[in-house]
Design a protein. Structure first.
Length: 264
């Protein structure tokens, strides 16, 4: 559980080199083991390098920033980052086993997206959202996606939807185990795949950003139950079936209903 900072912004900061790191590799230039499923890297044995076995390439900092950004987004969806609370980059970096720099850069990206706001000399406050903002996002998404999906239902042949079946199944699998962060990723992947068929990259990018914002938790909102995730995932399967059948009435009804849900 990620807890808000109390007191100094440098509370609980770890040494710059996490266990298992090479002494000459800054923490900001390593992908943290916590973000790689907890599996430690194999340490290079001394004196065993040969010309046919070059050392592994060094991971650059922007890759670490991407890993941290993904982890922070998952923490937002899971509710581990509490709306209204302030988190400092050094303290978060200590928990992830990296320096403050990639955390600060990732948080600045989240600030651009509206997920957090900068608090000078303290860190980043998780944005507060209410039901009205969620309803507004649902309305905008419906205005964009419903006409596109209806057009695709008229024009895409049945076999053109076959590649989306595994994506719909993935949402069901994530919902079955109650993994909200994984479900959020699978949910967006399914919608991106549908909209990609329209051949408009700008549309896909705008819709995906709106979708991401709709997945952030509400202030004092109840935790999403596994049953809710399963019901939401079932709508993906039903929507895909309706698109294949070119049942425009069902497509329109399902998409609008899907957007009003907490995780749609």
């Amino acid at each position: 559980m990620i807890r808000p900072d109390q007191g100094s912004a440098r509370e609980d900061v770890r040494p710059p080199y996490a266990p298992g790191a090479h002494a000459g590799t800054p923490a900001a230039d390593r992908v943290p083991e916590q973000l790689l499923g907890g599996r430690p890297r194999e340490a290079q044995a001394r004196g065993e390098h040969t010309h046919s076995e070059p050392p592994a390439p060094r991971v650059v900092r922007h890759s670490v920033r991407g890993q941290i950004l993904q982890a922070l987004r998952a923490a937002l969806v899971d509710g581990e980052l509490t709306p209204g609370q302030v988190y400092s980059a050094p303290a978060l970096g200590a928990r992830f086993g990296v320096s403050a720099t990639p955390v600060r850069e990732a948080m600045q990206q989240l600030a651009v997206e509206g997920a957090v706001e900068v608090v000078p000399n303290r860190g980043f406050r998780v944005s507060r959202r209410g039901p009205r903002e969620l309803a507004e996002l649902a309305e905008v998404r419906a205005l964009i996606e419903v006409p596109v999906m209806l057009r695709l239902a008229r024009t895409v042949p049945a076999d053109g939807w076959s590649a989306l079946r595994p994506l719909a199944d993935a949402t069901v699998a994530a919902a079955a185990v109650g993994d909200r962060a994984s479900y959020a990723e699978c949910d967006r992947a399914f919608h991106r795949a549908v909209l990609t068929l329209a051949g408009n990259d700008q549309l896909v990018a705008v819709a995906d950003e709106l979708h991401r914002r709709a997945q952030w938790p509400l202030v004092a909102g109840p935790a999403t139950r596994r049953a809710d995730l399963l019901a939401d995932a079932a709508e993906h399967t039903a929507l895909l079936d309706a698109l294949i059948a070119r049942d425009l009435t069902v497509v329109q009804a399902l998409v609008r209903e899907h957007f009003t849900g907490a995780d749609g």
